[in-house]
Write a protein that binds this ligand. Structure first.
Ligand code: FAD
Length: 414
């Protein structure tokens, strides 16, 4: 009898698993269930669409025919409401049940709402789906003033959309710098200047106490905790994700702010795997549990999960140093690995637009941020992957050009 695989989520993790499963097991039944009304698209590109710089067509990756051609059953507009891991069944909002031999949870997350008055007002946007991007584009095109909340990698997309759509915006940040967990003030200053050039003003030690609205319920302003009022007929909120684990509440699958998986993407319950943003995975490079919100890593996790599901065993380990780049400015920006973890950092500003920080744990590179010059990225990622002991030579991680072999030769013997 042929195996049946059910995948919840048609983001890059779910779709990449479906592709891997089909290649590994040509006779299997593969079903992909998604609550979205469209097949896989490039989530990384929806910000360019919202800026008005990219038409809709290139954002799409697969159309429904792609699934039909591979005999993958794609269920659009279908919400999974429950899973019974004893019965090996998945239930949907329409009352349908799907039986599985192996199940993949690749349902990602949903943006967290600001717990303040009027955060659900018209004109206040969260950003995750192509649908969100269409609404953001429409709203930003007609807005004159805006606020953005959330000083991280998604917040800056909303700020850049304001800049591109000529919305005069204030970017309200909690601390004294953008992404202060990964950048020092000196590094962040390069980003602040670039935002100002786009007409977006960073405001520090701020945030939103509440939004004001007009009689129709449309946002008109944000008031920060210091009582300062910022006019805004557009607001973008990006303060984090709630992972979509509601539908496994009645199972024994271990969750801890995401679904806990081992290095094979297997959950604590037999025949159930998870991949992508939703996972708390065992990072073999870091040597501890970690989480990652990046396209490349979600794609690789989906593929590793698919391989292990089809093999019915521990065939492939997830071992990956992720990258995340920002393309809003006229200089490059890249973060890699886990720049916000670790026990030591070294950093340097080379000139007005060039900065580097490398993050270490136990004398080994685990992540970093590069601004202006990305030429060291491959060497630094190689050092992270090989877990080379660089203690005693950490300053050399800031050399303009990095000689990986020299580090490896000089590494302290185990
Ligand atoms: C605006 C934006 C910009 C980004 N930019 C970058 C970037 O530059 N670089 C980078 O590396 N990463 C970027 N990311 C992050 C990257 O897109 C994600 O890490 C990646 O898409 C995660 O893929 P995933 O498959 O794990 O989850 P998702 O893409 O979130 O897919 C999960 C799917 O599951 C569906 N689902 C959820 N619950 C259910 C349910 N109950 N029933 C059925 N279906 C359900 C969801 O609707 C969704 O379609 C960006 C993200 C956003 C939103």
């Amino acid at each position: 009898m042929c195996a049946s695989y059910v995948i919840i989520g048609d983001g890059i993790a779910g779709s990449s698993a479906a592709e891997t499963l089909r290649e590994a097991d040509p006779d299997a039944e593969v079903t992909v269930i998604t609550e979205e009304g469209e097949a896989l698209y490039n989530r990384i590109l929806i910000k360019e669409f919202a800026k008005g710089k990219l038409p809709a067509a290139p954002v799409s990756i697969h159309d429904p025919e792609w699934y039909a051609d591979r005999d993958i059953d794609l269920q659009l507009d279908t919400v999974v409401t429950g899973v019974d891991t004893d019965a090996h069944e998945v239930y949907t909002h329409e009352g349908d049940a799907y039986e599985y031999d192996k199940l993949l949870l690749a349902a990602g997350g949903t943006p967290t709402q600001l717990p303040v008055d009027n955060s659900d007002a018209e004109g206040v946007h969260h950003f995750w789906t192509f649908e969100d991007a269409r609404a953001i584009k429409d709203s930003a095109e007609s807005a004159e003033t805006g606020v953005v909340v959330g000083a991280g990698l998604l917040g800056i997309d909303l700020a850049a959309i304001c800049g591109a759509q000529d919305v005069e915006a204030h970017y309200l940040m909690r601390g004294n710098a953008w992404w202060r967990y990964a950048l020092s003030e000196e590094g962040a200053e390069i980003i602040h200047d670039a935002l100002r050039e786009k007409g977006v003003t960073p405001v520090f030690d701020s945030g939103v106490d509440h939004f004001e609205t007009d009689e129709e319920g449309h946002v008109t302003a944000a008031v920060d905790p210091n009582g300062e009022r910022f006019e805004a007929d557009f607001a973008g909120v990006a303060i984090g994700l709630n992972f979509n684990t509601e539908f496994i509440r009645d199972t024994d699958i271990e969750c801890d702010n995401g679904i806990v998986v081992d290095e094979y993407m297997q959950t604590s319950v037999e025949d159930v795997y998870a991949a992508g943003d939703i996972t708390q995975f065992h990072d073999v490079i870091l040597g501890e549990r970690a989480q990652n919100g990046a396209w490349g890593s979600a794609k690789e996790q989906g593929s590793v999960a698919g391989t292990n599901m089809a093999a019915d065993g521990d065939e492939e380990v997830f071992e990956w140093v992720s990258s995340y780049s920002i393309t809003h400015f006229d200089f490059p920006f890249l973060s890699f690995g886990h720049p916000t973890l670790g026990d030591e950092t070294v950093e340097r500003k080379y000139d007005e637009g060039t900065w580097r920080r490398v993050t270490l744990k136990d004398g080994r590179v685990i992540g970093g941020v590069l601004i202006g010059d990305l030429s060291a990225q491959s060497a630094l990622k190689q050092l992270a992957r090989s877990q080379t002991d660089v203690s005693g030579q950490t300053d050399r991680l800031l050399d303009e050009s990095i000689d990986v072999e020299a580090f490896q030769e000089a590494a302290a013997p185990e």
